[in-house]
Design a protein around this ligand. Sequence first.
Ligand SMILES: C[S@@+](CC[C@H](N)C(=O)[O-])C[C@H]1O[C@@H](n2cnc3c(N)ncnc32)[C@H](O)[C@@H]1O
Length: 309
Amino acid sequence: MNQPKTTKPGMAGSVISFPERGPWGESKWRGNASGHVYRSLFEQLRPQVFIDPMVGSGTSVEVACDMGIEAYGLDLHQGFNAVSMDILCHVGKHADLCISHPPYGGMIKYSGPGGMWGSEPDPGDLSHCADDAEFHEKMQMVLLNQRRATRPGGYYGTLIGDWRRNGIYTSYQAEIIARMPANELAAVIIKTQHNCVSDAKSYGAMKLPRILHEYLLIWEKRSVSAVVLLSTMVKEQATRVSGTWKNIVRCVLQGLGGRATLDRLYAAIAAAAPERLATNPHWRDKVRQTLQLHTDIFRNEARGLWSMA
Ligand SMILES: C[S@@+](CC[C@H](N)C(=O)[O-])C[C@H]1O[C@@H](n2cnc3c(N)ncnc32)[C@H](O)[C@@H]1O
């Protein structure tokens, strides 16, 4: 596969590639990013105050200081947990730009034996989440925390990759984008990855392309109250859930030949349903509600008999 063109100077395009990490931070800090990524971001957004709540070896803050930007770096290794502690209270002022670079999945463990710091794994460490669901939920908390610490009109974001292991592809960036306010998403930048430990492994037998990029996701904080933000996010999630139900019922009904009794529909959905659905006592109500609501898609032929409209 071809490498994307490097966009230099600054960050003119949405694909960036910096093979050199520069003099900032510590090259031994696993999973660290090239300082040029931060430099180009600072050149583009020109922040006066910058915060990195997962600063690791300090790359971002060192670049910021070199550029005369007031910068604050926090990290769990200093006792600051970006999931449960308030960034704004800790720093004492809003940032123009607040960017995190979390560990994603358990690809690299940061705390504990074999990690970068601490003699024991820290339960707050995002590299020690029990599963992806825990990570997604905690990362949403971190980004809302970053958002709170950003001034209205400022930018907050994260540098994150995807991960494939045991045949499962987890798109952390997609999960995050889906959990944050859609009307604040400002940029999705693809960053080519260089010098990963995995570069040394053999990928000759792999069918699918190796992941060679990360994402720099940036949101612009709009000037809305916490209540408005919450209600926007709840509405967005509700729309997504009801759209998903509509498509589930439509797919199942189509699979049953476009016409089925409610009992057959229930049985087909139950057979394909994830465990969580089976434990929800109200899912049959949701199926009926979906059928009744979308008269443009579903037709009630007789009591308990449905077809595609
Ligand atoms: C990918 S590294 C950051 C590397 C950094 N960009 C650099 O160039 O050195 C991720 C960092 O997140 C920190 N971390 C993990 N969980 C955290 C949490 N809950 N709160 C704050 N920092 C956390 C880890 O200690 C680690 O230093």
